[in-house]
Design a protein around this ligand. Structure first.
Ligand SMILES: NC(=O)C1=CN([C@@H]2O[C@H](COP(=O)(O)OP(=O)(O)OC[C@H]3O[C@@H](n4cnc5c(N)ncnc54)[C@H](O)[C@@H]3O)[C@@H](O)[C@H]2O)C=CC1
Ligand SMILES: O=C(O)C(=O)COP(=O)(O)O
Length: 510
C-alpha cells in the first residue's frame, strides 16, 4: 500500500463493502483479497469503477466477465505470494504425514502417547502435482530436496519446462494411480471444479494423502467423505473450502483431516509483496502507463507500451472517424498493418481501434478492455492482416469497414515528432490530422468549389483552420476535409449540401 499512501492523488478508504454502501458510487478503484466477493450486483452500485486490484492470485471471487463488460480492468498480483503458498503446502504435507496437529493437541491435553502418532516419511514417496504453474513448480523444487519423485499433470506444461525442473509429465489418470500424496495447484475454473470427485478419487492408491491449498471445490468435499470413512484416503490437508468459513462442516469431524483458515498467502512477506505489486500497478493505470498483470487485457511491458503508444492513438482515431463516416450497420472490420508497426504488439492497437469504432455506437463505456466483447455482442467481426504496402510511409495502418452495401477504407500513418496523418480516405489520397472538428465534403471536381464552401461557412461564422483537397482524377470524384474551430450544426450541413456539385457532407469529430 505504501505507493498509494505516498500518492497525493489517491484517497484511501479501508472498509468492508457492506460498510461503504453510501460511498460505493464514488470509488474509481477497488482493492480486495479473497474474502470480498465482487459480484455483478456490487459492480452495479459502483458506476465510477475503472479498475479492480486483487492483492493475490485467484480471481474466482471476482465476476471478471461482468467487469469486462463494463470496461473495468481487473489486475492481480500473480507472484507475490507464490513462495508463501508453496511453503504452506509443504508445511501441510509434513504435518499431514507426521500427524503433527493431532500430536500437538494430544500433548497439550497432557497426554504422552508416542505409539498413536507413527507417521510416514516423505523420502522416496511419489508426489502427484495437479497444476504445475508458479506454486506447483515451487512445491516440486521442495519435494525434490526431500527426495520425493514428482509426477505432474498439467495440460499446458511443456516437456522442456518439466525436464528443467526434474519432474515427469503424466496424464491425470497416471498421476491419480501412482501418487502416494496428491496436491492440487490449479485455479478454480469450470474444468477444475470437482476435478477430484468420486470417479477420480476411486482411481487413487489406497492410503493416499490429499492436499488442497489452492481453492475449495477442486477436491469435491462431499465426495471425499466416503473415502475417508472407508480409510481409502489416509488423510487430507485443507487450507481452502468451498464455503469460507466452512462452519460446522462434516469433514472437520475427521481426525485425519487437518485444516488451516486459508493461510497460504498469510505471511508478512507475501502480504507486503502483493500489496506493493497491486498498488504500483494501480498507480501505473491512473498515470496512463501500461499494466502488466491484467486478467482481462493482453499483457504489455513498459518497453512495448512505449513503442505502440503512438499507434494506439492513431488506431483509435481511425476507428472513430470510420465509425462516423460509415454511420450504417457494419458486419466486419479488417485492419492491415504495414511497415514498422507490423513488428509491434498489434493486438493492443486493434483493440484500441475497435474501441474507437464502437464508441460513437454504444451508450455504455467501451474501451480496450471490453471492445472485443462489445463487438461480438453486436455481431461485428474483426481481423488483422500484415502487408508490405506502406504507400511510401514508414508505417501504415489501414482499416476497411464492411457495411451492408458499402465498404470504406481509411489509412493513416504516424510521423514521429509530427503526429498522426490520415493519408487515404475512401479511395482518395489526402493528408490531414485526425483531430478536432472535421468536415468531409464529397463533390465533383469543378472550379470554384472551395470558394463556395468558404462562403457558406463564413456566412455562418465558422472559421476554417485547415483545408485539404484530394481527387481520384481531374474532373471526377473529389473531396475536401476541413478542420474547423467549432463544430457545425445541422443548418450549416444543409446549406453546404445545397451547393451544386456537392454530393455528401458529413461531420466527423476526432
Ligand atoms: N491458499 C492460498 O492462500 C493461496 C492459493 N492460491 C491458489 O493457488 C492456485 C495456483 O496458483 P498459481 O500457481 O499462482 O497459478 P498459476 O496460474 O501459475 O498455475 C496454475 C496452473 O494450473 C494449470 N491448470 C489450469 N487448468 C488445469 C487443469 N484443468 N488441470 C491441470 N492443470 C491445470 C495451468 O496450466 C497452470 O500451470 C490458484 O488457485 C490460486 O488461487 C494462490 C496463492 C495463495
Ligand atoms: O492469492 C490467492 O489466490 C489466495 O488464495 C490468497 O488469498 P488471500 O489474499 O489470502 O485472501
Amino acid at each position: 500500500m505504501a505507493p498509494l499512501c505516498a500518492s497525493a492523488q489517491i484517497d484511501i478508504v479501508q472498509k468492508k463493502t457492506t460498510e461503504a454502501e453510501e460511498e460505493l458510487h464514488t470509488f474509481d478503484a477497488l482493492l480486495v483479497r479473497s474474502a470480498t466477493k465482487v459480484t455483478e450486483e456490487l459492480l452495479e452500485k459502483m458506476p465510477n469503477l475503472k479498475i479492480i486490484g486483487r492483492a493475490g492470485v485467484g480471481v474466482d471471487n471476482i465476476d471478471v466477465d461482468a467487469a469486462t463488460k463494463r470496461g473495468i480492468v481487473v489486475i492481480n498480483a500473480p507472484n507475490g505470494n507464490t513462495i508463501s503458498a508453496a511453503e504452506h503446502t509443504f508445511a501441510m504435507m509434513a504435518a499431514l504425514v507426521r500427524r503433527i496437529p493431532q500430536a500437538h493437541i494430544s500433548v497439550k491435553s497432557r497426554e504422552w502417547n508416542r505409539s498413536a502418532f507413527v507417521g510416514n516419511e516423505l523420502f522416496g514417496k511419489k508426489l502427484g502435482i495437479i497444476g504445475f504453474g508458479r506454486i506447483g513448480s515451487e512445491v516440486a523444487k521442495r519435494a525434490r530436496a526431500f527426495g520425493m519423485s514428482v509426477h505432474v499433470y498439467d495440460p499446458f506444461l511443456t516437456k522442456e519446462r518439466a525436464e528443467k525442473l526434474g519432474v515427469s509429465i503424466h496424464s491425470l489418470d497416471e498421476v491419480l494411480t501412482v501418487a502416494d500424496i496428491i496436491t492440487v495447484h490449479t485455479p478454480l475454473t469450470k474444468e477444475t471444479r470437482g476435478l477430484l470427485g468420486t470417479e477420480n478419487l476411486a482411481k487413487t492408491k489406497k492410503g493416499v494423502y490429499l492436499i488442497n491449498c489452492a481453492r475449495g471445490g477442486i477436491i469435491d468435499e462431499q465426495a471425499l467423505i466416503p473415502f475417508l470413512e472407508s480409510g481409502h484416503v489416509a488423510g487430507v490437508a485443507l487450507d481452502v473450502f468451498e464455503q469460507e468459513p466452512p462452519g460446522d462442516h462434516p469433514l472437520l469431524a475427521f481426525d485425519n483431516v487437518i485444516v488451516t483458515p486459508h493461510l497460504g498467502a498469510s505471511t508478512v512477506e507475501a502480504q507486503l509483496n502483493v500489496a506493493t505489486q497491486v498498488a504500483e500497478e494501480l498507480l501505473h493505470f491512473f498515470e496512463g502507463r501500461p499494466v502488466t498483470s491484467s486478467i482481462n487485457l493482453p499483457a504489455l511491458s513498459k518497453d512495448v507500451y512505449e513503442k505502440i503508444q503512438a499507434f494506439y492513438h492513431l488506431g483509435q482515431k481511425l476507428g472513430l472517424i470510420a465509425s462516423q463516416f460509415m454511420n450504417i450497420p457494419v458486419q466486419e472490420l479488417s485492419v492491415t498493418y504495414a511497415g514498422t508497426v507490423a513488428d509491434l504488439e498489434t493486438t493492443y492497437i486493434t483493440r484500441s481501434l475497435l474501441a474507437g469504432f464502437l464508441r460513437p455506437r454504444v451508450a455504455s463505456t467501451v474501451n480496450e478492455v471490453n471492445a472485443a466483447m462489445v463487438a461480438k455482442e453486436r455481431g461485428i467481426t474483426y481481423g488483422e492482416k500484415f502487408s508490405d504496402e506502406t504507400h511510401g510511409y514508414a508505417n501504415c495502418i489501414s482499416l476497411t469497414v464492411h457495411g451492408e452495401n458499402k465498404t470504406f477504407t481509411i489509412k493513416g500513418t504516424h510521423v514521429p515528432n509530427y503526429g498522426d496523418r490520415i493519408v487515404h480516405f475512401d479511395g482518395v489520397a489526402i493528408d490531414f490530422a485526425p483531430e478536432g472538428h472535421l468536415l468531409y465534403i464529397q463533390h465533383q471536381d469543378r472550379p470554384g468549389m472551395i470558394g463556395k464552401v468558404g462562403n457558406v461557412l463564413g456566412a455562418h461564422d465558422v472559421n476554417i483552420a485547415t483545408m485539404q483537397v484530394g481527387r481520384q482524377e481531374a474532373g471526377g470524384k473529389a473531396m475536401m476535409i476541413l478542420s474547423l474551430d467549432k463544430p457545425v450544426d445541422d443548418e450549416v450541413l444543409q446549406a453546404l449540401a445545397q451547393i451544386d456539385d456537392i454530393e455528401t457532407v458529413k461531420r466527423l469529430e476526432a
